[in-house]
Ligand binder design. Structure first.
Ligand code: FPP
Length: 233
């Protein structure tokens, strides 16, 4: 029996730079096109009935990139929401984020918080941007919070696997993780949450990752046999 639509999908949107280089364009043009594609894929996921789409837009390691590229990536959420928030609202999409916003310019933080606030009652797809996100940092912050609560006597020292989720920025298990552009790495993304995710690596660069390729990935997912360590699905 084939699987249904995945509830939680995480994407590592890789290949913007190579996409731009192949066209003789600056890397930032690849990121701009990548942001436009976020709109298309979010709308497609909403139509498919996916519950949550988590997109790796900026990692804790991306600060190491050249200053002009970091500057552009920091501005992208603002550009994106100014262009598309009206449409996301009309489509009943809820915007959230995972990561530490405080290192971003104030205007970027303001635009993101506004998008989150405006859409918080929407009941369609949850579009979660992972920005200044790193899974090890997420786990570290969660462990620190837990240790602090135990030290203060606010809770007992008997945490369960299920309760770990309460200390994470992304509490859900991931059903399907896709990485575009041919690289086969996880790059510090949702390490706890992908324990039983199906992984798909597609050679298509993120700006070219269209609805057809999304559907192909979902079909591949549906044909997988998820056993969660048991013998039958
Ligand atoms: C990896 O490609 C991509 C990133 C580090 C940034 C991803 C960001 C976007 C797609 C846009 C963000 C959208 C919103 C809405 C904020 P790369 O630059 O590493 O590509 P390369 O491996 O070909 O150099």
């Amino acid at each position: 029996m084939s699987l249904g639509i995945p509830q939680t999908v995480a994407i590592i949107m890789d290949g913007n730079g190579r996409w731009a280089k192949a066209k003789g364009l600056p890397r930032t043009a690849g990121h701009k096109q990548g942001a436009n594609n976020v709109r298309d894929i979010a709308l497609a996921c909403n139509e498919l009935g996916i519950k949550k789409l988590i997109l790796y837009a900026f990692s804790t390691e991306n600060w190491k990139r050249p200053e002009d590229e970091v500057g552009f990536l920091c501005k992208l959420p603002g550009i994106f929401f100014n262009m598309f928030i009206k449409e996301l609202m009309e489509k009943n999409i809820r915007v959230t984020f995972a990561g530490e916003l405080n290192r971003f310019p104030q205007d970027t933080q303001d635009v993101i918080n506004k998008a989150v606030g405006m859409t918080e009652k929407n009941t369609g797809l949850e579009l979660c941007l992972a920005i200044n996100y790193g899974s090890r940092r997420e786990l570290l912050l969660g462990i620190q919070k837990y240790a602090d609560q135990v030290a203060k006597g606010e809770r007992t020292n008997d945490i369960t696997e299920e309760e770990v989720a309460n200390y994470l920025m992304v509490p859900e298990d991931i059903d399907l993780m896709i990485r575009t552009s041919g690289e086969q790495r996880i790059s510090n993304y949702l390490l706890w949450q992908i324990a039983y995710a199906e992984l798909i690596f597609t050679p298509v660069a993120w700006p070219d990752f269209d609805q057809k390729e999304l559907n192909r990935c979902i079909q591949e997912y549906q044909n997988r046999d998820r056993r969660f360590g048991g013998l039958t699905s």
